[in-house]
Design a protein around this ligand. Structure first.
Ligand SMILES: [Mn+2]
Length: 306
């Protein structure tokens, strides 16, 4: 019996090594390594080796976290780095994106594939919003008359029908399930206009807003009169958002901005929010934020304001 278990372990390690040599994204290999020994061994047909109790294979978080990721923009390598650095555990953690998963960057399909594989939730960013609107008009490709942006054309070619269906189903606003939170928490891509009821916020603002102008209206511009919308937002709903790489990480009284410019060669950032979080988000400390460095710049900040 002991001999069998040793043989099976050797076979398992060999399988793992073989899998590592495949061109699987490292996040999946990492996920496989973290899977419980029972699942791992069952899937390999090796049922009688239980694995060492309490090892890294069997220990999992009980409460779990919401891992909320800033603007990825097709940077799949950085997304894999981030999930690995977060020690993301598919069984207990939940993956959430603040939108702009695609657009500008190198691997939109890969990012959508990771999101779907991990059963992630997400809101639409301005890039998803605009692409979906463009696609709904039924414009053929290539489409010189409608002047679809070059990077959009590449993205449209890259995505498959299943990916489009997944994107089509994304909402503009997501209410997070945090049963112990004293205040509601929502995710939107860009922002909310102070003074406007939640259910009357305009879709355009939800995916484009950056600032509040001198008259108190929403603006997509960086330097409108009253500054960042998040500084002007008085709650009580707490908002997690992206879209504003120029301002980078924002930690305001009722709003947290997570776009740290991954596609521009800066960083990709996640908020690691325990599912049993029971305080205002202002109580989050640095340990709840995780960033990974981009491999390189895939776009120039001067290319576009979006
Ligand atoms: Mn955006």
């Amino acid at each position: 019996m002991r001999h069998d278990a040793a043989m099976d372990l050797a076979a398992l390690m060999s399988t793992m090594k073989a899998m590592s040599r495949l061109t699987l994204p490292k996040v999946f290999v990492s996920e496989i390594r973290k899977a419980s020994s029972v699942t791992l061994l069952t899937c390999c047909g090796l049922r009688h080796f239980a694995g060492p109790a309490g090892s890294s294979l069997t220990s999992g978080r009980t409460a779990g976290r919401l891992v909320i990721v800033g603007d990825v923009h097709g940077c799949s390598a950085e997304l894999e780095d981030l999930l690995e650095a977060a020690d993301f555990h598919k069984r207990s953690d939940e993956l959430i994106f603040v939108g702009d998963l695609i657009g500008k960057g190198p691997s939109p399909r890969e990012v959508v594939r990771i999101a779907r594989e991990f059963s992630a939730k997400a809101v639409q960013g301005n890039h998803e919003y605009n692409l979906l609107r463009w696609r709904r008009r039924g414009a053929p490709l290539p489409d010189p008359e409608k002047k679809i942006k070059e990077s959009y054309a590449a993205t449209v070619k890259d995505l498959e029908e299943d990916d489009w269906q997944w994107l089509e189903a994304l909402p503009l606003m997501l209410h997070l399930d945090l049963p112990k939170s004293p205040l509601p928490v929502v995710v939107v891509h860009a922002g909310l206009v102070p003074g406007v009821p939640m259910d009357q916020q305009k879709p355009y603002d939800l995916v484009h807003l950056r600032s509040i102008d001198a008259e108190g209206h929403g603006s997509k511009l960086f330097d409108a009169g009253a500054g960042a919308w998040a500084k002007n937002w008085q709650g009580p709903t707490q908002v997690i958002f992206g879209h504003d790489a120029r301002r980078g990480l924002q930690k305001e009284a009722f709003a947290i901005g997570l776009d740290t410019g991954a596609v521009y060669g800066d960083k990709l950032t996640a908020l690691l929010l325990p599912k049993n979080w029971d305080k205002p988000l202002t109580s989050l400390d640095n340990s709840h934020f995780l960033s990974v460095k981009s491999h390189r710049a895939y776009a120039s900040k001067s290319d576009s304001k979006a």
